[in-house]
Design a binder for this molecule. Structure first.
Ligand SMILES: [Zn+2]
Ligand SMILES: [Zn+2]
Length: 293
């Protein structure tokens, strides 16, 4: 199975000691609090957030060509180095570290929510070559964009046409279904009925919260627990597979959810030409195997 190429920690820009190889960090999480890089880089950190050198979105984009109608690539793109340790994976994080990462996600989300011109914030992790990780040192990314993306818009239209919250309904029904993998006080981990990838899982809050900002401390600790649990089950069952996890959230009227999709099959002609995904592993089977992992 494809794993990220090991890069020497001496030359890895995400490793402690090499902070000067990245743009100055806007937020550095340390035991002394959340700091920011000045002329000197902050050392002894637990997580670092800085602008992506190869940004997909930038605050001051060049205007698009006049030949076609296009939006400028206005937005923000940050890298979150979510552990100082080179060579460990997200499934190896301590619960403390996972809780910290969730705090970072929540803080950056709150920061960009307030920015003029930001309509949607995507927070995700690519783990492994096949899932699109270009750096082997574990990291997450955040991209803030000026539009609500089509996928989200379509989902929101369906959600708002119902007289009840569809996600609350899913969370309640799946608590006693064959697709439940595990749960704690605040969250459930399921193989969703609508899995588009083999061994896809979703983490859903049991109560209705729209985004990470609405999460209380108890829910954050519980989320750290269940996210770690989900990642360890995947690693153990599928030999550290490449995967993407993605946080779906919106400030109003939405039900926060986190989707973990292992990249075990190729997205090819059929999927690209139809938007329809062939998943050879039924979610009930995935849930059963992940329960035992
Ligand atoms: Zn590194
Ligand atoms: Zn809900």
């Amino acid at each position: 199975m494809a794993k990220p190429e090991p890069v020497d920690s001496k030359t890895c820009p995400f490793c402690p000691g090499n902070e000067g190889m990245t743009p100055p960090a806007e937020a550095v999480y340390t035991d002394r609090g959340v700091l920011a890089d000045g002329s000197e880089r902050v050392r002894n950190w637990r997580a670092r957030v800085f602008p992506n050198l190869f940004a997909a979105m930038v605050p001051k984009p060049t205007p698009p060509t006049t030949e076609w109608i296009a939006l400028p690539g206005h937005g923000f793109h940050e890298v979150i180095v979510d552990s100082p340790e080179h060579g460990i994976g997200p499934a190896d994080f301590s619960r403390d570290q996972l809780e910290l990462i969730l705090e970072v996600y929540r803080d950056r989300y709150s920061h960009y929510r307030r920015k003029h011109g930001v309509s949607y914030i995507s927070i995700f992790k690519n783990w492994g070559d096949a899932a699109g990780a270009s750096m082997s040192h574990t990291h997450s990314q955040i991209i803030a964009i000026p539009i609500v993306p089509p996928l989200i818009k379509r989902e929101t239209t369906v959600l708002s046409s119902a007289s009840f919250c569809i996600y609350c309904n899913i969370a309640e029904r799946e608590t006693s279904s064959s697709r439940l993998i595990t749960s704690n006080d605040s969250w459930i981990l399921i193989a969703p009925f609508y899995s588009i990838a083999p061994y896809e899982t979703w983490i859903l809050p049991k109560g209705h919260i729209s985004d990470l900002k609405a999460m209380d401390e108890h829910q954050r600790r519980d989320l750290g627990q269940i996210l770690g649990d989900a990642l360890r089950r995947l690693k153990s069952l599928l030999d550290d597979p490449p995967f993407n996890y993605m946080i779906f959230q919106q400030p109003f009227g939405y039900h926060l959810n986190i989707r973990i999709q292992p990249a075990l099959t190729k997205i090819a002609g059929f999927e690209r030409s139809t938007g329809v995904y062939i998943n050879p592993v039924p979610p009930e089977q995935a849930a059963s195997e992940l329960r035992m992992a």
